[in-house]
Ligand binder design. Structure first.
Ligand code: MG
Length: 501
């Protein structure tokens, strides 16, 4: 049995309603993005707001808070039981620290800010969005004070998105990533080791045929479509783990540059597999989710980049591509590999390749840190953005749209989220290092469409635990060390400079 202690059992029973509310909210969130008629948004907003408030109220009810306190004093708990206490304590600590007025204010401001951000982006007018961003920064600075921190106010915000993550950890990570990426990027560009562009990026595809490609790839991976999983279409691809047996992913079809929809499917599959492989004994408990955003992203990046952008994978899916996409026939697997792996410094984060992607995160991390420390003002952002972009990638954005206004995160009130993307990249390469020790013919297996052992490895090391362990502890436990950015640079060097894996 996973849960034996009577206090923990009672706690799981009493908090099941929180899980149920989360389940309902996930389903509503999924529906909002996929099926809801647009004018349903207002009522959906009210309903979701009410349910979130109810969640907080139940979480902070004396009955649950007292039970968590009681459980926290028990010494002989197993890993899962300790996990339950850790997860609930953390939610309670955060909910107690933030005054309801602040939470409400942040939710209301971001609701408006998101609408204004869209307009500002359309009109390419930073000043339109500026007052909202100022308010969001100020509310986040206030939140950091309420939450508390030891070294840097940004620590408090990082922890909201990635449990236990400190500014110091992110500084350390980028101190390795920046020079390493610089070295690889300079060499790739100066020696033209990988192309900057590829003509396939301009070729239009037929939507139905492309959907078949996506589904064939999901079949190779063993995605339980129609049983425990769905693939739908939405404006922005995402994954929703409604339950461990109900996981839904989406993609979009832009009609051009087929790798975009294909990699969004593979990326979301990585997220979905995490949820699908959580131990079923954790169903309907506080542990039924992933360890953190960063660990979740490591799974999506592992499938998208480490597996999906490899030569072995390109060769393995070549027959599928030629079967459904006529225009592919005149290209060799190697041509397609280069199309999958173009490297070019660009303005837009979400379009960035494996090599340059983390520079986009470094830029945002630096700016967020300065904003939260009160060292720069929002009005200075566009200029700082460009100075940093120029330093990192040799570019200055010509519009706000392709610069400071490109991401939705700030408009949603989220500051401290971006670093979790780089953590995902770093951890995905770390997993690659370790999986190749256990499965030396890793790439051979990919070439043969044989994912059984790879999925089993990920289940054992990461997935099955759900949120039993905090992200740092999970990594230490599964790989014997904390997050280590060295492997990401090793991977880039191996792929882009030496071997073209
Ligand atoms: Mg993701």
């Amino acid at each position: 049995m996973v849960f034996e202690n009577p206090v923990i059992k009672q706690l799981i029973e009493k908090t099941r309603i929180l899980w149920a509310l989360g389940h309902a909210l996930s389903l509503m969130g999924w529906d909002t993005e996929t099926n809801m008629p647009p004018e349903g948004a207002m009522e959906r907003g009210i309903a979701a707001g009410e349910l979130s408030v109810l969640q907080q109220k139940i979480l902070l009810s004396p009955e649950i808070v007292n039970l968590v306190d009681k459980a926290d004093k028990i010494e002989d708990l197993n890993d899962y039981e300790r996990g339950v206490v850790r997860v609930l304590k953390r939610h309670i600590r955060i909910a107690k620290a933030l005054p309801p007025k602040l939470v409400y204010e942040l939710a209301r401001t971001s609701e408006e800010a998101r609408v204004v951000w869209r307009q500002a982006r359309e009109k390419d007018d930073f000043n339109l969005f500026r007052p909202y961003l100022e308010k969001i920064v100020n509310l986040n600075r206030e939140a950091a004070e309420y939450l508390g921190y030891v070294e840097h106010p940004y620590d408090a915000l990082l922890d909201l998105h990635e449990e236990g993550l400190l500014t110091r950890d992110v500084d350390q990570m980028f101190s390795v990533l920046e020079p390493g990426i610089r070295k690889v990027l300079d060499k790739v560009l100066s020696e033209e080791l990988f192309p900057k562009e590829h003509e396939l990026e301009k070729i239009r595809y037929d939507r139905d045929s492309m959907e078949k490609v996506n589904i064939e790839i999901l079949k190779i991976f063993g995605f339980p479509l129609g049983r425990r999983a769905r693939l739908d279409v939405s404006a922005h691809p995402f994954t929703t783990g409604i339950g461990i047996r109900d996981v839904r992913i989406t993609t979009r079809y832009e009609g051009i540059d087929f790798k975009r929809t294909m990699y969004s499917v593979i990326h979301e599959f990585g997220h979905a597999l995490y949820n699908l492989q959580i131990d079923e004994r954790l169903i309907a408990t506080p542990l039924a989710g992933g360890a953190s955003l960063g660990i979740h992203e490591s799974q999506s990046r592992f499938w998208e980049n480490i597996i999906g952008r490899s030569m072995s994978f390109t060769e393995a899916i070549y027959p599928i591509l030629t079967k459904y996409l006529d225009f592919i026939k005149k290209y060799s697997p190697e041509d397609i590999y280069y199309y999958f792996n173009t490297v070019r410094p660009g303005y837009i984060r979400v379009d960035a390749d494996e090599v340059t992607y983390n520079f986009h995160i470094l830029l945002r991390f630096k700016l967020e840190k300065l904003l939260i420390a009160g060292e720069v003002k929002v009005e200075e952002l566009p200029e700082l953005w460009n100075n940093e972009l120029e330093r990192l990638l040799g570019l200055r954005s010509r519009t706000y749209r392709e610069g400071v206004l490109q991401d939705i995160h700030w408009s949603m009130g989220q500051i401290g989220y971006f670093p979790t993307y780089s953590i995902g990249n770093v951890v995905s390469a770390q997993i690659r290092h370790y999986i190749m020790k256990d499965i030396p013919d890793f790439y051979e297996k990919i070439r043969n469409n044989d994912y059984k052992e790879i999925k089993e490895y990920l289940r054992e090391k990461i997935h099955r635990w759900g949120s039993t362990f905090a992200p740092k502890d999970l990594l230490k436990r599964s790989f014997g060390e904390e997050m280590n950015p060295k492997y990401f640079i090793d991977y880039l060097l191996e792929k882009y400079i030496y071997k073209k894996i």
